[in-house]
Design a protein around this ligand. Structure first.
Ligand code: TXA
Ligand code: MG
Length: 322
């Protein structure tokens, strides 16, 4: 399936495909999504088949604006309105109690629903043209690296997708922050570009970080977002020593670094990313894919600092490595 250039006509065509119960891959500011009409359980079932994803893993419903929240969630708590006002459109997903009408196929059988208004203009135009909610996980096979280019979607998914809208590279590059507002204490289920401090500053309340004890989000499983090549996360000095050691054993090594000074030698494929988390994020998944495609023996990833700014990157790297 070749990606389709974005025009007003191709967006309206994609909206028609959604109405017909077909799958449409589309860009968001985080990663590409694999969309289906969220009110149509048969269409939603196609997402699980295309991704090879277990049916009990809930999907995020993408909507065109905060005013649509009440179509999907009941009640919509005051905290949700406040967060929507500050962070939507944008990379924040809120988990709320679902309305009875929301198909269980979308929520993985749970009584809550994930909602997000994406900021990418193509995604917003598609949602406006379609009118309803679009259930969309990241447009990758289950457990694999999320796509940040239309080409990644084309490589990963077959003709089960009726259309791939090519909106260029995703600006944020890591999946949305997920906050669960369905319990008494707001809980972050997945870190993303919007940080806990930013959420706290709006809610003026304590925000828990998920204890990871119950798997409610597939992104919370230990191995996720993973390359096929064996990958290790290590601090700069360990990384250089390990690379030397493995090269001496005849291995071909990929390195993803942002600060480590590493001498170029033939057994190493070094990718250098920016040392600023917000610039590192958009390059992360495409870099992991590029290294994964080289059929290397091992990938060594330089460990970022344990600061809030790097929380999303650390979360994804921990899941991508052994
Ligand atoms: O940035 C994003 O969120 C991207 C783009 C396409 O919007 N989507 C995305 O979808 O990352 P997915 O399915 O790969 O991850 C969505 C996460 C999953 O971990 C899912 O379990 C969680 O959201 N989720 C959705 N509904 C939920 C619910 N009712 N309760 C708990 N977690 C939920
Ligand atoms: Mg995903």
């Amino acid at each position: 399936m070749k990606p389709t250039p974005v025009t007003e006509a191709s967006i309206h065509h994609a909206a028609d495909l959604l109405r017909q119960g077909q799958l449409v891959a589309f860009p968001t500011e985080t990663v590409y999504g694999l969309g289906a009409d969220a009110s149509n359980p048969e269409a939603v079932a196609k997402i699980f088949a295309a991704k090879g994803r277990p049916a009990d893993h809930p999907l995020i419903v993408h909507i065109a604006g905060a005013e649509r929240m009440a179509d999907w969630a009941d009640p919509v708590p005051d905290a949700a309105w406040r967060l929507a006002e500050h962070f939507w459109p944008g990379p924040l997903t809120m988990i709320l109690k679902k309305r009875q009408s929301v198909p269980l196929a979308v929520t993985g059988g749970q009584d809550t629903v994930g909602l997000r208004v994406p900021a990418n203009p193509v995604a917003l135009r598609l949602l406006q043209a379609f009118g309803g909610g679009v259930a969309a996980p990241s447009a990758n096979r289950f457990g694999r690296i999320s796509p940040t280019l239309a080409q990644h979607v084309a490589e990963e998914l077959d003709d089960s997708v009726a259309c791939i809208l090519d909106g260029g590279p995703c600006a944020v590059g890591v999946e949305s922050t997920i906050i669960d507002l369905s319990d008494d204490i707001p809980t972050i289920l997945r870190p993303g570009r919007i940080t806990r401090s930013q959420l706290k500053a709006v809610l003026h309340a304590d925000i828990r970080l998920s204890s990871q004890t119950k798997i409610r989000a597939p992104g919370m499983m230990a191995v996720h977002y993973a390359p096929n090549t064996m990958a290790f996360l290590c601090p700069a000095d360990t990384l250089i020593a390990m690379a030397d050691d493995l090269c001496a054993k005849g291995q071909h090594i990929g390195i993803l670094a942002f600060s480590a000074e590493i001498a170029e030698i033939p057994c190493l494929h070094i990718l250098r990313l920016p040392a600023d988390a917000e610039l590192y994020e958009p390059a992360l998944y495409s870099s992991l894919r590029a290294l994964d495609n080289l059929a290397l023996d091992t990938i060594l990833i330089e460990q970022p600092p344990e600061t809030e700014a790097w929380a999303a990157v650390n979360d994804r790297l921990n899941k991508a490595t052994v």
